[in-house]
Write a protein that binds this ligand. Structure first.
Ligand SMILES: [Zn+2]
Length: 177
């Protein structure tokens, strides 16, 4: 058993292969660390974190084949938004109705402070977001393709760099002769 065979033997080997792998790991700190990392990754993949409310909602609708009908934004967010808009409008109206004097030197400067008129009530309109699962899937698929292409390019780049480094090392080696 050597370090190269270790992971294959310990994960997919026969009973004896796995026993030999365990014995190897007992004496090889590198493979013991690899085994520990691999076990941690397996554990992590076996117990995924619980879905958020939004993810659960999307999953449920995707499984049922229906589109989510209402916005996932909480209702109070629309109300708060409406109130904020109302406050802004009131402030703007108040600022516009206070007429400032233009020439202070005149005996009777026209100062007129008009109380702000009550602003009309603004009804908040909740936004409804329609999500098309097929479209989302197509977009995800495209993104995956792009990532795949990027990965391929990166791998080629890495290989090229590696080759260049090997050539440089070989030249360095021959220079020493
Ligand atoms: Zn080893």
């Amino acid at each position: 058993m050597n370090c190269d065979d270790f992971l294959t033997a310990s994960e997919t080997g026969s009973f004896f292969d796995r026993r030999r792998a365990r014995r190897h790991a007992a004496n090889c700190p590198r493979c013991a660390a690899l085994l520990a990392t691999f076990a941690a990754v397996k554990q992590e993949m076996a117990s995924p974190p619980p879905l958020s409310a939004r993810e659960r909602h999307l999953w449920k609708h995707a499984m049922e084949g229906a589109e989510p009908r209402t916005s996932l934004l909480p209702r109070w967010l629309g109300i708060v938004g409406g109130l904020a808009t109302l406050a802004c409008v009131v402030l703007l109206v108040a600022k516009m109705t206070i007429v400032k004097p233009r020439d202070i030197g005149s005996p009777n400067p026209p100062i007129a402070i008009v109380p702000p008129a009550p602003a009309p009530p603004i009804l908040s309109t909740p936004t409804v977001t329609e999500i098309d699962p097929a479209k989302e899937l197509a977009q995800l698929s495209q993104a995956t393709d792009r990532l795949d292409a990027d990965l391929k390019k990166l791998r080629q780049d890495a290989l090229r760099r590696d080759a260049r480094r090997q050539v440089a090392m070989t030249f360095e080696h021959f220079d020493k002769w």
